[in-house]
Design a protein around this ligand. Structure first.
Ligand code: FMN
Length: 181
């Protein structure tokens, strides 16, 4: 596969990590509560694993670069979607519209996902792109970096589109919201 895999920190800037953990323990649920104050959109990231679609709801999505056009997301190391992305070398990010809470919930459940009623097609890379998302990007894996219990995946955008109308589904403090709600 033609992408960069950084498995050690040799070419990353070294930094000194302060020993905060002794004075400020932070467990997973507290970290979720604090970072839940960072409002995000909601996406479903799709790929292929063993010839079948795989997907997960994800909000760890960010724009990275305009030239080349890069985006990133962070799948859990144990997730099926991480395996699919690593195996196939591609993924799509489908940005959900308001009213898509059920899709977000279905694709955040562990195990096989419910694809019934989801219209999708394979885009240029082969990643499933939803017909009814607000916007989507189709990416080949550009780089990946270790990120603790998650993987930091950077994708180069090969194709992208957005609907002219529609509002996003938002996620804030553990709940779903719409613009102005
Ligand atoms: C709003 C929301 C955002 C999420 N974002 C992420 C994420 O960025 N990375 C991640 O690994 N899991 C995230 N999850 C959890 C995954 O959707 C969930 O673990 C899913 O079952 C993984 O599926 P898979 O193992 O089939 O890939 C999120 C869940 C919700 C509801």
């Amino acid at each position: 596969m033609r992408y960069l895999s950084v498995t050690n920190t040799a070419n990353m800037r070294r930094y000194t990590r302060p020993n905060w953990s002794a004075t400020m323990p932070i467990d997973a649920s507290e970290l979720r509560r604090v970072m839940g104050h960072f409002a995000t959109g909601v996406t479903v990231v799709t790929s292929m694993l063993d010839g079948r679609p795989c997907a997960m709801t994800a909000n760890s999505v960010a724009s990275v670069s305009l030239s080349p056009p890069l985006v990133m997301f962070c799948p859990d190391n144990e997730s099926e979607t991480r395996r699919g992305v690593e195996q196939s070398g591609f993924f799509a990010i489908n940005i959900l519209e308001e009213g898509s809470e059920r899709i977000s919930r279905d694709f955040s459940a562990r195990g096989p996902k419910i694809w019934d009623g989801i219209g999708f097609h394979a885009e240029e890379t082969g990643a499933p792109v939803f017909e009814d998302s607000l916007a989507w990007v189709d990416c080949s894996v550009f780089a990946q970096y270790p990120g603790g219990d998650h993987l930091i995946v950077v994708g180069e955008i090969l194709r992208a589109d957005a609907h002219a109308h529609g509002n996003p589904l938002l996620f804030y403090r553990g709940g779903y919201h719409t613009l102005g709600s």
